[in-house]
Design a protein around this ligand. Structure first.
Ligand code: ZN
Length: 410
């Protein structure tokens, strides 16, 4: 038996924090949670983990991260500036730091191959449980199409662990989905618009994929038991993604442009992963077109989050970290609270302001366990009885704070 003593316990149900609690865990399951915990009554052979000066909470989830990305520069994105082994070890370090910061599950939105999931499962490295997309499926010219500003493609970098993700037509998208699943994808990532950091000429409101292509992609993914997370920022491509039945809209900055979209998402149960953190960086990007796009969409983005919360859309946390370095994933929680979520512990007490299911950390800042349903994982991490024990005693404030002023192109 393990006994975790907690100075403060957040149980993730919406109840207020409990002081001086103890959680009894047997065979990986929570057997009891108590505040009356005289040591004498604990089994003599129990292993006591002393977190009496820390806050204990259910593991946090980042629903949109890129653990294997380490910069937006072309040489970084194409893996030209260091040996692959060095990059992999760098990624492993990020995985370990994210776990230490309290995140026990991460949905990787592209770039991380299935070998990392295996390595964590085998105990070769430490890291959060992973839900992997492997690569971003897009048509020619979309955000998954790795092309330099001069028009060159990186055809010399084929890696079978990250299958080719540029495809066109109904047959193409179906085959590509199957190929991703064959290579180990837990969730299918696609893109129906450009973004802030995509190449000049393919911006946030520019479309990628037709409705028929997206319907085929979603149908194929669902047939294989995979959810679809779709990068969709604005314009016709955003509407098309929702109509095609994707399971989550990533970014969704211009959802406020079309009054029908948020009600559609609420009705269909489509999750919204705003990824507010990444746009903080894009607004300071050295690339003028990226800066301009990120500044133009900011007020729409905040408005979209506010309206989605009011409409009852399930809004969950994702940092889109990687290109801008790997800051503390909990930054997203602060941004979500600033955008209208309540910092209060979970549940559904608030009407207008939907609470985040999180906790005030020792720092006094709001944090959040977001997206325990929305991330595409097959099990849940909510603290309760008798759920599997996936608890977190965050001991590291930031996974890694790296400079964010990086060139953004492509
Ligand atoms: Zn992303």
């Amino acid at each position: 038996m393990k006994i975790v003593r907690a100075g403060s316990l957040i149980d993730g149900t919406g109840a207020p924090p409990v002081r001086d609690a103890a959680v009894l865990i047997r065979d990986g399951r929570i057997e009891a949670v108590t505040t009356a915990s005289p040591r004498a009554s604990w089994p003599a052979d129990a292993e006591v983990i002393d977190g009496s000066r820390l806050t204990l909470l259910p593991g946090l989830i980042d629903c949109h991260d890129h653990l294997a990305f380490h910069g937006y520069e072309l040489v970084r994105r194409w893996g030209l500036d260091e040996p692959q082994s060095t990059r992999h070890l760098r990624t492993a370090q990020v995985a370990s730091q994210i776990l230490a910061s309290g995140y026990t599950a991460v949905r990787d939105a592209g770039g991380l191959d299935a070998g990392f999931r295996l390595a964590i499962q085998e105990g070769l490295i430490t890291g959060p449980r992973l839900v992997l997309a492997l690569a971003i499926i897009s048509p020619t010219g979309g955000i998954g199409d790795r092309i330099s500003p001069s028009g060159h493609v990186s055809s010399f970098l084929h890696d079978p662990s990250l299958p080719p993700s540029v495809t066109n037509g109904l047959e193409g998208v179906r085959t590509t989905v199957r190929t991703m699943v064959r290579a180990g994808a837990d969730v299918i990532k696609c893109a129906t618009t450009g973004g802030a950091s995509s190449r000049a000429g393919h911006g946030p409101k520019d479309s990628a994929f037709s409705l028929d292509e997206m319907k085929a992609l979603v149908e194929e993914a669902h047939a294989l038991g995979r959810r679809v997370m779709c990068h969709a920022v604005g314009g016709p491509g955003l509407r098309l993604a929702i109509e095609a039945g994707v399971d989550s809209v990533e970014h969704g900055c211009y959802l406020d442009d079309d009054r029908e979209l948020i009600p559609m998402m609420a009705e269909r149960g489509t999750f919204f992963v705003p990824t507010l953190t990444v746009y903080e960086y894009h607004r300071e990007s050295p690339a003028p077109h990226v800066r301009e796009r990120a500044r133009a969409l900011r007020s729409h983005h905040l408005e979209s989050v506010g309206r989605a919360l009011a409409a009852g859309v399930k809004v969950v946390a994702g940092t889109d970290a990687g290109g801008h370095g790997h800051p503390n994933n909990a930054l997203e929680l602060e941004h979500l609270v600033a955008a209208g979520m309540t910092p209060q512990v979970g549940g559904s007490r608030s009407r207008r302001r939907r609470p985040v299911t999180g906790h005030p950390r020792a720092s006094g800042r709001a944090t959040h366990q977001a997206g325990d349903q929305g991330w595409g994982g097959r099990d849940r991490t909510r603290l309760g009885l008798p759920l599997r024990a996936v608890l977190s005693l965050p001991t590291v404030r930031a996974a890694r704070d790296t400079p964010h002023r990086r060139s953004a192109q492509g």
